[in-house]
Design a protein around this ligand. Structure first.
Ligand SMILES: Cc1cc2nc3c(=O)[nH]c(=O)nc-3n(C[C@H](O)[C@H](O)[C@H](O)COP(=O)(O)O)c2cc1C
Length: 157
């Protein structure tokens, strides 16, 4: 199985989570590649043999981080058909932003499902004000998520 982790980050926390997930999951039948969103184009989803993990934080007023903006905007304006794409979302945010908690991950989730992609598992919403370490929870969550991915891939399309 090939897994591509797509990272949206401002101060590196989401990147750290992605690195830890890659370290934990790579091998044992899974090939993991981590891609920063900076230079990504929606065509990254053309490789349907991959499973995708969106790993992104939230900034501004519920916006995606700066390095994810062009990629997100391109998805919204170009609207490629993403039928057959499977993805998960590990989102980072802070509950003190009550109105926009974890909107970065939510925005990607909304547009990907609108374009026909299928989310596997629930969207994870890390809370920076919880005092927990996102990189530890990311690995824990990603292991369980991978089980769900394997289950889904063993079923008919
Ligand atoms: C200026 C600023 C704005 C933020 N806005 C939001 C927000 O609207 N919603 C949210 O859930 N978290 C918000 N956050 C919290 C970040 O998403 C959170 O701290 C995250 O862990 C940062 O991850 P990163 O280092 O990968 O960018 C904001 C943080 C900062 C510093």
């Amino acid at each position: 199985m090939k897994l591509a982790i797509l990272v949206g980050t401002m101060t590196g926390t989401a990147q750290l989570c992605a690195q830890e997930i890659e370290l934990a999951l790579d091998g044992d039948g899974v090939q993991v590649e981590t891609l920063m969103m900076d230079k990504l184009h929606p065509s990254v989803f053309a490789r349907r043999e991959r499973v995708y993990l969106i790993c992104t934080s939230t900034y501004g007023q519920g916006d995606v981080p700066d390095n994810a903006k062009a990629f997100y905007q391109a998805l919204c304006s170009e609207r490629p058909g993403l039928g057959g794409v499977r993805y998960g979302v590990f989102g980072l945010g802070d509950r003190t932003y009550v109105e926009t908690f974890n909107f970065g991950g939510k925005r990607f989730d909304d547009i990907l499902s609108e374009l026909g992609a299928e989310r596997i598992g629930e969207r994870y919403t890390h809370d920076a004000s919880s005092g927990t370490l996102p990189e530890e929870l990311a690995v824990e969550w990603a292991r369980k998520w991978l089980e769900k991915v394997r289950e889904r891939l063993s079923q008919p399309a």
